[in-house]
Write a protein that binds this ligand. Structure first.
Ligand SMILES: Cc1cc2nc3c(=O)[nH]c(=O)nc-3n(C[C@H](O)[C@H](O)[C@H](O)COP(=O)(O)O)c2cc1C
Length: 365
């Protein structure tokens, strides 16, 4: 069981904060994928990986939130911070460098549904680092500690930190900063196994994550360390834990278009095997669910527009489906979106090839 302060998570699979992607609508889809009942040998009996209602996701995060916009309650910030009772437990991630403002924003987050407050110490984007926030904090370790302490003192919910290995190869902080963040009250440390200079490419450095685990455990054996970077399959998740000794995994890009990944990971980690593939009709249902969530939360025109930008990610996991991406771009209203996906789901359930949008329109004419 993964514990974050007083909180016990259902699984050790965490959905990463991803700006512009894992909003409330998308998180609810990911949480909605049912768990897999299974009978792992070593657990000695039937075991439900996830409770079948909220799926196998342990904890999810909002994208990084600007404290000033949050406190001003700007429309954009309110959507980025939006959560709901079905979206629990949820971490709200804050960035910045001013302890007073960050503490105020943390109180706001606590009052508006955050189960956990996360401090971003990994963002490489200039707009954030130029103001000494995000991964720039890795270059100013004393300030990172001060900031953490200020937020911990401001709220009653657990405070966590998300870091990289350092700014660049000359400034690796894996052994030094993470234990100090825990001294200051961080209840969990997530480490993206790259430096800021690496941005999002060359491969993640598992040995760097292992160094963070070693440093934290030497001083704070009960504080979980979460490994992050390049996990796209259940085997990647198992490797992350085996090689680094981390307590749990966080997935960002690997969960684009495959919200059932956490179900697969939970099964793999509990049994050592990969689960039966998530049925294609159910995969297509995730797309429709994503659309309906957006329609409810943001209105149908927004839902149609947004899903067009999401479809290529889902499409990769729905093949074979001839012409899916092209067809999806021709859907201009909510009714045509629903008709198209309902017809696709029904065809997949019958074991047939789903119709393209043109065929569907012709058959309905
Ligand atoms: C488009 C994009 C937006 C991201 N936004 C955030 C963010 O808001 N906060 C954060 O801590 N990390 C953010 N990240 C980093 C991810 O959370 C994660 O650490 C990184 O992508 C490595 O994990 P992955 O290999 O599973 O993608 C973002 C990454 C991407 C690609």
């Amino acid at each position: 069981m993964l514990r974050v302060g007083p909180l016990t998570l259902k699984t050790n699979g965490l959905l990463a904060p991803v700006a512009g992607y894992f909003d409330l609508a998308n998180r609810l889809v990911t949480r909605g994928v049912p768990g897999v009942p299974c009978r792992p040998q070593h657990l000695g009996g039937p075991h439900d990986i996830g409770d079948g209602t909220y799926g196998a996701l342990g904890l999810a995060f909002t994208e990084l939130l600007c404290p000033h916009s949050l406190l001003k309650e700007s429309d954009k910030a309110m959507w980025r911070a939006a959560t709901s009772p079905e979206d629990l437990p949820v971490g709200m991630q804050l960035y910045g460098s001013d302890p007073v403002t960050l503490a105020d924003a943390a109180r706001w987050a606590q009052d508006h549904g955050a189960t956990v407050i996360d401090i971003n110490m990994g963002c490489p984007v200039d707009k954030v680092t130029k103001k000494h926030g995000g991964s720039k904090l890795l270059c100013e370790p004393d300030h990172a500690v001060t900031l953490t302490r200020a937020v911990v003192q401001a709220v009653n919910v657990p405070v966590t930190t998300k870091i990289r290995l350092g700014w660049d190869d000359d400034q690796i902080i894996a052994h030094t900063l993470p234990p100090k963040l825990c001294d200051a009250g961080s209840s969990m440390v997530t480490v993206h196994g790259r430096t800021t200079a690496m941005k999002f490419k060359p491969s993640v450095r598992l040995e760097g994550i292992a160094a963070v685990v070693e440093a934290v455990k030497a001083k704070h054996p009960d504080i979980p360390v979460i490994g992050n970077g390049d996990i796209t399959t259940p085997d990647d998740a198992a490797k992350m834990i085996d090689v680094t000794g981390c307590d749990g995994i966080m997935v960002a890009r690997g969960a684009f278009g495959q919200p059932w990944l956490f179900r697969d990971i939970a099964y793999r980690l509990a049994t050592g095997d990969n689960p039966p593939p998530y049925p294609r009709a159910d995969r297509a249902r995730c797309v429709l669910q994503h659309f309906e969530n957006l329609a409810r939360l943001r209105g149908e025109p927004n839902a149609v527009r947004t899903m067009k930008t999401r479809i290529s990610k889902y499409s990769a996991h729905l093949q074979p489906w001839p012409g899916l991406r092209r067809s999806a771009q021709t859907l201009t209203c909510a009714a045509s979106f629903r008709d198209f996906w309902h017809a696709g789901i029904e065809a997949l359930e019958r074991g047939e090839s789903p119709p393209g949008a043109e065929n569907l329109a012709a058959s309905q004419a």
